[in-house]
Ligand binder design. Structure first.
Ligand code: ADP
Ligand code: ASP
Ligand code: MG
Length: 391
C-alpha cells in the first residue's frame, strides 16, 4: 500500500514526540508499505518565526515572511529523516521544489496548482520513506510560498491525490473530529465518520482540525482521509464520501472574523454591487452579508483581510466605514437543518438563556451562523452543544 501520513506541530513538538512519530512511521514501513510523511513545524515554531520577523519589521514583506516560515517545516522534516535513519529506516527529506509542489503566486496563502511527483516516486522506488516539508510550495517566480496557517494538511492531501495513495492519515493531538472542539466542550462526541461536504462546512466555519483547502482537495480527488491521534492507537474519524446522517453534525467557532459596516451610503441601485465587486477584484472573500436597503451594508471578512478590505473600499465608496474585529462567529452545521425548522428557535433559545447578544445571524440549508462578542464565543458553543448534541 502507498500511505501518506501527516504529523502536525504538536505531534513533533519535542524529542519524545518526534521519536513517537518516527516509531509509527517505522511500523508502517516495516509492514511493507510505501510511506510518504508530511511534517509540520515543531510546536509553536511558526508563531515564533513570525514574531521574530515582526520584531525586526512589523511590515515585513509576504515574500520574505514565506522564506522565514518555510524553514520551520524544513527543519522538522530533516530532523524526522535523521531520526528514522538512526532507527535503520532509509528516509530522505524533501522541501518544496524537490517535492515539485507548484503554487499560485500569492505569498502567505498560496494554492497548490500542480504536483510534479517524479522525484517522490523515484525516492519511493529506491526504498526510501519520503519526508515532505509541509505548508510550502514554489510559485512561477521560483520563490517559496506558504499555503496559509494549518496548510500542511493540504500538502498531505495534495500528495495523496497526486500519488493516488491508498490512504491519507492526518495525525494530530486529538482522537479525531468531534461534535465541537474537545478543548472547549469537554463532553464533545467523536465522530466515526463524516462526509467531505459536512467536513468542509465545519472547516469553513473555523474548525481548525483540518485545513479547509485540504478537505476541498480530498473531496475533489476522493482521497480517503483519516484524522487520528499520534499519541494513541484509538480509531480516528474517517472523512469520506458518505458520512453519518445527523440533523446537527457539530458546532464550530471562528475568532478570525471581522465585521465591516458602511453607513450613510447613497441608496441607489448598484451600490452594494460596487462594494463587493471591488473586494472580489482584490481576491477578498466576504462571508455574512446584511443589506438594509436604507444605505447600510454590513459584511464579514477574515480578520487578516480587514485592513485590505477597508483600504479597497475607502476611496471608492461614499459612506462611513466602521470595523469590529472583537467577534466570534459560532456556527451550527448539519445536513438536516433545512428539514428541521425548529433548529433556529432552539438555537436562539440556547443563546437567550445564556444572556448573549447576537450581532448578526445567517442561515443556509446546512448551517446557521451567529456573530457574537468574542468573549461569549466558548460559552455559546457549550450552550448550543448542550441543546443539540448532549442528550
Ligand atoms: P495539528 O498541529 O496537528 O495540525 P491543529 O491544532 O491544527 O493540529 O488541529 C487540532 C486541533 O483542532 C485540536 O487540538 C482541537 O483543539 C481543534 N479542533 C477544533 N474543532 C475541532 C473538532 N470539531 N474536532 C476536533 N478538534 C477540533
Ligand atoms: N506550521 C504551519 C502552521 O503552524 C503549518 C501547519 O502546521 O500545518 O500554520
Ligand atoms: Mg493543523
Amino acid at each position: 500500500m502507498l500511505i501518506v501520513q501527516k504529523y502536525g506541530g504538536s505531534s513533533v513538538a519535542d524529542k519524545a514526540a518526534v521519536q513517537n512519530a518516527a516509531s509509527r512511521i517505522a511500523e508502517s514501513f516495516r509492514e511493507g508499505n510505501k510511506v510518504v510523511v508530511v511534517i509540520s513545524a515543531q510546536g509553536n515554531t511558526t508563531d515564533e518565526l513570525l514574531k521574530y520577523a515582526s520584531d525586526m519589521n512589523p511590515e515585513a514583506s509576504e515574500r520574505e515572511l514565506d522564506m522565514i516560515l518555510s524553514t520551520g517545516e524544513q527543519l522538522s522534516a530533516a530532523l524526522m529523516a535523521i531520526t528514522l535513519n538512526a532507527m535503520n529506516i532509509p528516509a530522505i527529506s524533501l522541501n518544496a521544489w524537490q517535492l515539485g509542489i507548484v503554487t499560485t503566486e500569492n505569498y502567505g496563502n498560496a494554492k497548490i496548482e500542480a504536483v510534479c511527483s517524479e522525484r517522490i516516486k523515484e525516492e519511493l522506488e529506491k526504498g526510501n520513506v519520503v519526508i515532505a516539508a509541509g505548508f510550502q510550495g514554489i510559485n512561477k517566480n521560483g520563490d517559496i510560498t506558504t499555503l496559509g496557517r494549518g496548510g500542511s494538511d493540504t500538502t498531505a492531501v495534495a500528495l495523496a491525490a497526486a500519488l493516488e495513495a491508498d490512504k491519507c492519515e492526518i495525525y494530530t493531538d486529538v482522537d479525531g473530529v468531534f461534535t465541537a472542539d474537545p478543548r472547549v466542550v469537554k463532553d464533545a462526541v467523536k465522530l466515526k465518520s463524516i462526509s467531505y461536504e459536512e467536513m468542509l462546512d465545519y472547516t469553513t466555519m473555523g474548525a481548525k482540525v483540518l485545513h479547509n483547502r485540504s478537505v476541498e482537495l480530498a473531496k475533489r480527488y476522493n482521497v480517503p482521509l483519516t484524522v487520528r491521534s499520534s499519541f494513541s492507537k484509538n480509531e480516528g474519524t474517517s472523512v469520506c464520501a458518505e458520512g453519518g446522517h445527523r440533523v446537527v453534525s457539530g458546532i464550530a467557532s471562528d475568532k478570525n472574523t471581522a465585521l465591516i459596516s458602511i453607513t450613510e451610503m447613497d441608496n441607489i441601485p448598484g451600490a452594494a454591487n460596487g462594494v463587493f465587486s471591488l473586494l472580489a477584484k482584490k481576491g477578498i472573500s466576504v462571508d455574512i452579508i446584511l443589506c438594509s436597503g436604507t444605505g447600510e451594508i454590513s459584511f464579514t471578512v477574515a480578520k487578516r483581510d480587514m485592513k485590505a478590505a477597508v483600504e479597497t473600499i475607502k476611496g471608492s465608496v461614499k459612506g462611513k466605514i466602521e470595523t469590529n474585529d472583537r467577534l466570534s462567529k459560532v456556527s451550527v452545521i448539519g445536513a438536516g437543518l433545512e428539514t428541521n425548522p425548529g433548529v433556529v428557535s432552539s438555537l436562539l433559545e440556547a443563546i437567550y438563556e445564556e444572556n448573549i447578544n447576537i450581532e448578526m445571524i445567517t442561515t443556509s440549508e446546512i448551517k446557521i451562523s451567529l456573530l457574537i462578542d468574542k468573549n461569549d464565543g466558548e460559552r455559546a458553543v457549550r450552550a448550543i452543544h448542550n441543546k443539540f448534541i448532549k442528550r
